[in-house]
Design a protein around this ligand. Structure first.
Ligand code: MG
Length: 242
């Protein structure tokens, strides 16, 4: 069992290292049309509801002040330049459900089009971007583990429609000296389609870099990125797995 786990880690790392960060020659995944958007997916009984459409009481800005994003009609909307927001509580291993919507009509191209991001532990980003009929570098497209892994498919819905991410996240493990005992892993579904199948992260996600792991706490806030675009979020819930 241990041998198999090591094997999977090695294979994943090898697959990833073939491509420099943000390489525009890296192939884009096929476009697959997901099923139609539905109503919010109701949280199960053991979920921690982080946003139910009514307020941002469980969130703060980077300085710990009340989050300044707009809440209306059951969703929150990024107010550009107010900065990212993060949960007051910290989390480690988890199952996370997030619903988001890219601005409609779409504006901009490439990375400048409906950009935001879901950061597990404030360090590991699943990209939020509008790649419906729009492209960018593969490891920065919608549902990419930013700078590391493109999604297996482009499952985008059009801007103005609700989309879902379902993420299974295992945090990295460190020994007491900060050596990595086990890297972080992610499995992700975008609009119900598998886009990451237990991908092994090389370290925190970053722009134009793949930094190594740095020892951190077992629980850290979940954060959402302000990338200057009025992306909306609704119905965010999480199940702790530890
Ligand atoms: Mg982003």
């Amino acid at each position: 069992m241990m041998a198999m786990a090591v094997c999977l880690v090695a294979a994943a790392a090898a697959a990833q290292e073939q491509w420099p960060v943000h390489d525009r020659n890296r192939p884009l995944p096929p476009v697959v049309t997901p099923g139609p958007a539905g109503p919010p997916v109701a949280p199960p009984s053991d979920a921690i509801v982080l946003f139910d459409g009514k307020g941002l009481g469980q969130w703060a800005d980077a300085k710990g002040q009340p989050a300044k994003w707009k809440v209306e009609n059951g969703y929150m909307e990024i107010v550009p330049k107010t900065g990212g927001i993060r949960t007051i509580k910290g989390f480690g291993d988890c199952q996370l459900h997030v619903e988001w919507m890219a601005p409609s009509p779409a504006r901009g191209t490439d990375q400048d089009r409906g950009n935001s991001g879901v950061f597990l532990m404030d360090l590991y980003e699943v990209q939020v971007l509008d790649c419906y009929g729009s492209s960018t570098y593969a490891d920065g497209m919608t549902a990419a583990i930013y700078g590391q892994y493109p999604p297996l498919v482009n499952a985008c819905r059009p801007p103005g429609e609700w989309q879902t991410y379902d993420i299974v996240f295992h945090r990295p493990r460190f020994d007491k000296n900060g050596q990595v005992l086990a890297p972080a892993r992610m499995t992700v579904f975008h609009n119900g389609l598998l886009v990451h199948d237990c991908d092994v992260l090389t370290g925190p996600t970053a722009h134009k870099a793949r930094p190594p792991y740095k020892m951190h706490a077992d629980k850290l806030p979940l954060s959402l990125q302000d990338h200057d675009h009025p992306v909306r979020y609704r119905n965010i819930w999480l199940r702790e797995l530890e």
